[in-house]
Design a protein around this ligand. Structure first.
Ligand SMILES: [Fe+2]
Ligand SMILES: [Fe+2]
Length: 210
């Protein structure tokens, strides 16, 4: 027989799911508003073909880190430059190779130490990074990279979010969809060099103010 308590529990569960769904939708909206150029770029999409931890791709890991960074700053009421934080979080692991697949020339044994530098180099090649975005990408592996101490609160938030996401992914507490079939990254694309996303965003922002 159906109990009154059962339907109450079901209703509460449905409300919880609804809140969770709306929160995820809001986070995705914020990511799109701050970094649609990154999210749509061929190289960022190519990270769906590389595994980060467990069965989580680099692409999904970066999205998770960006969303958790927003959640941390909202929950703790930390005033920060959200757009730069989101862009830095999305590009923090922009090394564009699968670190599990090494060869004699690049064994990736010390990937943890050197990938922030590679990510920064790749990201600077395609985007006009701000000082904060550079700090986030370059320092996100602290304390492993002992001398690279984060210098802004956005970098501290992202490095914390990265540690937490990495832990949950490594112990398989959260699951990904596994590697997808995607195009190889295009390191020297003319389109990427001439796109100038930051200038484009400035133009859109100026048009909105008018
Ligand atoms: Fe990393
Ligand atoms: Fe990461």
């Amino acid at each position: 027989m159906k109990q009154k308590g059962d339907s109450l529990r079901t209703r509460r569960q449905a409300e919880r799911w609804k809140r969770k769904f709306e929160r995820q939708r809001e986070l995705s909206r914020q990511l799109n508003a701050a970094a649609s150029d990154i999210l749509r770029s061929r190289n960022f999409i190519s990270t769906k073909g590389c595994i980060q931890h467990g069965d989580m791709t680099v692409n999904q890991h970066c999205l998770n880190v960006a969303k958790l960074s927003i959640a941390i700053s909202d929950k703790l009421h930390i005033r920060c430059q959200k757009e730069e934080m989101i862009r830095g979080a999305l590009l923090h692991d922009y090394f564009l190779y699968d670190w599990h697949v090494g060869d004699a020339r690049k064994p990736h044994n010390l990937h943890g130490f050197y990938h922030p530098g590679i990510a920064l180099k790749n990201a600077s090649r395609e985007y006009d990074l701000t000082a904060r975005e550079r700090d986030i990408i370059e320092k996100h592996m602290w304390p492993l990279t002992l001398t690279k101490l984060p210098r802004c609160r956005e970098a501290w938030i992202v490095t914390t979010a990265d540690k937490w996401c990495s832990l949950l992914e490594t112990v398989h507490y959260v699951h990904g969809h596994g590697r997808a079939e995607v195009e190889e990254p295009d390191y020297f694309s003319e389109a990427h060099r001439t796109l100038r996303p930051r200038r484009e965003r400035r133009r859109i922002r100026a048009a909105k103010k008018r």
